[in-house]
Design a protein around this ligand. Structure first.
Ligand code: H79
Length: 488
């Protein structure tokens, strides 16, 4: 049974745009389940994290030699087929004079985010810290010489936010043995599918020692965020897992190592349709790129971000929302504004998010198309419903409305009785009427906060006891019988 949620997740996602991205793996050995649950406790509470993609690619910012290079900004070396020797020269221009680690972490805190994950090394191979096993890093190769991760680690410690590191374990376009750079070093695989590079040499001499450095010198490391596990056999993935587990047993492993981690990572920007029991996380962009691109200022609105956060949390997941700082070290101001607005909403309504459990129902998130329509990948088309979501804590349900209900809002079926209901942001009582045995909320119009209004419903008993169809029929029959009896 334990593997089912993961399978369902994969089916609902209908993924495969980035085939390697979701770990569809059997659950880990039983001996580790307790340890895993304990490791995951903070992560399951946190719900909302800040992802940061920063590196040399912030300098060209989507443009190379006067040409606009389409696609995600951190892929520019690949998309423009920039030779290593030329890309390396960018390091000489790296001088982020406005970088202020505390400003970044304060932004995360103000946005209501509870953890930070930054690219320690992306596919381009450039490390944002002083690595002893490579000179292609922010201290050895740049005039700035500031150790970005050291400064961030100090800021996160000071402000009390856990810090995790993205690490591209497979792709490293700077190294002849790393995966992905086929323009300088030829194809990773031959026509026979056999590996043609000394990939294990790269793993042994760069990737594994760098992960070791991060875990030992930049700890405590909240999590390691591996990505795109090309050529990651279970044995190779296990070597990384062993490093993490032995050097830092509390550190979480994401879902893209190449074997099951502590939680499932969905595809980039992919939100599953339904509640998932397993811990999971959506990595997502705030515009359309991870690394900064000067031509992408299309920031998601605060309302959109709040919806996505509550939607994800009501399905049991975490939202890891990315920003791409500019080369001078500043996070684009418009994107900061959107995040701070989300933070103000969370200040009043965070009780409906942090530490909550998912929806006790789940049918509210949408339904398969009744006409049997298929999506682009041939999977049954899922039609989401986006009017409201619900999260839960013992004895309490948090209904978040993203638009004004058109009629009094009938609570989903449950055996529990409703004790009272009130608005979360200001504590104002919300009237509960009972009609045909079903309680409904009478929500004053116009709705309090058109972005998202939370109504807390207190129930008897700690958890919702769902009312099955048979129970509902019985209730209705009971009512009819009573009515008939009083009428006669
Ligand atoms: O770090 C971010 C991305 O750089 C990384 N994962 C997130 C968290 C990622 N690596 N690979 N992918 C995402 C899939 C990449 C797909 C594409 Fe492309 C890159 C589409 C366009 C550029 C590869 C190159 C496929 C077409 C061109």
């Amino acid at each position: 049974m334990r593997s089912r949620p993961v399978v369902t997740l994969a089916i609902v996602l209908g993924l495969c745009s980035t085939p390697s991205l979701v770990a569809i793996q059997p659950s880990p050995d039983p001996e580790s389940i307790e340890a895993k649950t304990a490791r995951l406790a903070w992560f399951r509470e946190a719900k909302f994290g800040l992802f940061i993609h920063w590196g040399l690619y912030a300098i060209p910012a989507g443009e190379w030699k006067g040409r606009r290079i389409p696609g995600i900004g951190e892929w520019i070396m690949n998309r423009a087929k920039i030779p290593v020797a030329e890309y390396e020269l960018l390091a000489r221009q790296w001088n982020p004079v406005k970088f202020d680690a505390e400003a970044w972490v304060s932004l995360a805190r103000d946005a209501g985010m509870k953890y930070v994950v930054i690219t320690s090394k992306h596919h381009d191979g450039f490390a944002l810290y002083d690595s002893k096993v490579s000179r292609f890093d922010v201290v050895d190769a740049t005039p700035s010489r500031r150790d970005i991760l050291k400064e961030l680690q100090a800021a996160c410690r000071k402000l009390g936010l856990p810090l995790g590191f993205y690490y591209s374990q497979s792709q490293d376009w700077h190294e002849p043995g790393g995966a992905g750079n086929e323009w300088d070093f030829g194809p990773d695989l031959g026509p026979d599918g056999k590996e043609r590079k000394d990939y294990d040499k790269y793993l042994r001499e760069k990737a594994e020692p760098q992960v070791r450095e991060l875990l030992t010198e930049y700890g405590p490391v909240a999590l390691v965020w591996f990505d795109t596990p090309r050529m990651m056999t279970p044995e190779r993935a296990q070597r990384f897992a062993d490093l993490v587990r032995t050097l830092s047993p509390k550190t979480l492993i994401d879902g893209r190592l190449g074997k099951a981690g502590d939680y499932v990572s969905t595809g980039d920007n992919v939100v599953p349709g339904r509640v998932q029991a397993e811990a999971w996380e959506v990595p997502a962009t705030i515009n359309h790129t991870w690394g900064y691109r000067k031509d992408d200022q299309d920031w998601k609105s605060p309302g959109d971000i709040v919806f996505k956060l509550v939607d994800i949390v009501s399905k049991g997941g975490n939202y890891l929302l990315n920003v791409g700082p500019m080369a001078d070290g500043v996070i684009p101001p418009a994107c900061q504004d959107a995040l701070r607005t989300v933070g103000r909403w969370l200040k009043a309504n965070g009780e409906a998010v942090y530490g909550t459990g998912p929806s006790p129902w789940g049918e509210e998130t949408g339904e398969p198309s009744s006409r049997g329509a298929k999506d682009l990948r041939g999977n049954p088309l899922f039609l989401p419903h986006n009017e409201w979501r619900v999260t839960a804590k013992p004895g309490k349900l948090y209904f978040t409305f993203f638009q004004e209900p058109r009629v009094p809002f009938e609570l989903p079926p449950m055996k529990n009785t409703v004790k009272r209901a009130y608005r979360l942001a200001d504590g104002e009582e919300v009237k509960v009427e009972v009609e045909n045995g079903r309680p409904r909320l009478v929500i004053p119009r116009p709705i309090f906060d058109p972005t998202a209004t939370v109504v807390v419903v207190e129930i008897d008993g700690p958890v919702v006891e769902p009312l099955r169809v048979a129970d509902r029929v019985a209730t209705l029959l009971g009512l009819f019988t009573r009515k008939a009896m009083t009428a006669s």
